[in-house]
Design a protein around this ligand. Structure first.
Ligand SMILES: Cc1cc2nc3c(=O)[nH]c(=O)nc-3n(C[C@H](O)[C@H](O)[C@H](O)COP(=O)(O)OP(=O)(O)OC[C@H]3O[C@@H](n4cnc5c(N)ncnc54)[C@H](O)[C@@H]3O)c2cc1C
Length: 332
């Protein structure tokens, strides 16, 4: 493993400046939260920073704050651990989909150190990338999964890279219509979650819009409208400690038996959290019956392009949407 220096940041602006100065000196720098992803990449020599800028020393960035007085929304500091997020009483009560997504991540040990920002910004877990193949993500010009071992790869939005986005919380945050506050050397900007993640067609080397000197500071979640209920369902190839093969985050705004609005996002099937606006429109203003849920699940898979070894994801995803939708609509 290459040696590196550690720099503890006192605030985000200082963190950003440290990264900028290191890069201006011709050296590489990375932000680090819990380090559970980054240090594995350093050990495997996939990335080689000279300086790690430690964000965990920034005070107050690990809090959940209710904004606008009477709970009109919530701001979550990017440095909150996944464990703290999953246990937070307001998150559990009003934004169950996010608490449920956070508690499905990895293991208790990883959830204790892993941060929300780090989870959202983690690099792909494609075995070609992680094993140092000269693939698109590693600076090469080939995606080896296209004709190789693609059991866990994308069925939507793939090409030229076919990775799936690995973060469970990202799927929930898109479903909640969250916004990401990003801080960089020239100021800050707020990016809707759905625009934060980018497809490989846009840039095959990156998974999101962050520039190399920008940090994800916090996440703003709008208030839950009356009648809103939500859930996260994840299918894994073993009982625990692994990423989603397929997952879905569903948020329904219900008026008695009628669905006023729906947001449905898939995980494990695309290089970004994959939203299904055409399915959401099918549900708006309707009673969610067995028949409608089946039609919605069928429509959800329109346009899927499985690779040679992952066609099983098509019926699996259909089943996950069908069951999760019906169960959530039936909840009182
Ligand atoms: C065995 C195993 C199983 C796993 N299973 C799952 C799973 O089921 N679901 C899932 O979602 N994840 C899973 N993960 C990934 C795990 O959740 C991540 O490692 C963790 O969430 C990353 O958080 P961290 O704070 O440790 O990030 P770090 O390792 O500190 O950082 C991760 C990346 O994000 C960047 N980064 C960190 N913070 C910021 C910031 N504020 N702004 C900009 N960039 C930043 C870093 O530079 C780095 O590139 C698994 C990991 C392992 C090792």
């Amino acid at each position: 493993m290459k040696t590196f220096a550690n720099a503890n940041a006192h605030d985000l602006q200082q963190a950003v400046t440290l990264v900028q100065q290191t890069r201006q000196d011709g050296r590489a720098a990375s932000f680090v939260g819990g380090g559970s992803d980054l240090l594995a990449l350093v050990k495997e020599r996939i990335v080689a920073p000279d300086v790690l800028v430690n964000l965990k020393t920034i005070k107050g960035l690990d809090q959940v704050t209710l904004t606008g007085g009477d709970a009109t929304g919530m701001t979550i500091g990017g440095l909150i651990t996944l464990d703290a997020l999953s246990r937070h009483p307001v998150v559990r009560r009003q934004y169950a989909v996010l608490a449920e997504a956070a508690e499905t991540v990895a293991t208790p040990q990883i959830r204790n150190v892993g941060t929300l920002a780090g989870n959202v910004c983690q690099r792909p877990w494609c075995w070609y990338f992680r094993n140092g193949f000269p693939c698109l993500k590693n600076g090469g010009n080939t995606c080896f999964s296209a004709a190789g071992e693609n059991q866990f790869h994308a069925i939507f939005g793939g090409g030229p890279s076919h990775i799936v986005h690995p973060s469970d919380t990202a799927v929930a945050l898109v479903a909640l219509d969250a916004r990401f506050r990003v801080v960089g050397p020239t100021g800050e900007r707020v990016v809707p979650a759905a625009e934060f993640f980018i497809l490989p067609q846009q840039d095959a080397r990156r998974e999101n819009v962050l520039g190399p000197e920008e940090a994800l500071a916090e996440i703003q979640v709008p208030s839950a409208r009356p009648g809103t209920r939500s859930t996260y369902h994840k299918v894994m190839d073993r009982e625990a400690w692994t990423h989603a093969v397929v997952s879905t985050a569903i948020v329904l705004e219900m008026d008695k038996q009628i669905c006023r609005n729906a947001r449905i996002v898939l995980g494990g099937v695309a290089p970004i959290p994959w939203r299904l606006p055409h399915v959401e429109r099918m549900l708006a203003g309707q009673r969610i019956t067995e028949t409608l849920a089946a039609k919605a699940a069928e429509a959800a898979l329109e346009g899927a392009k499985p690779l040679a070894r992952n066609a099983y994801k098509v019926p699996l995803t259909r089943g996950v949407i069908h069951r999760t939708l019906l169960a959530l609509a039936a909840r009182t």
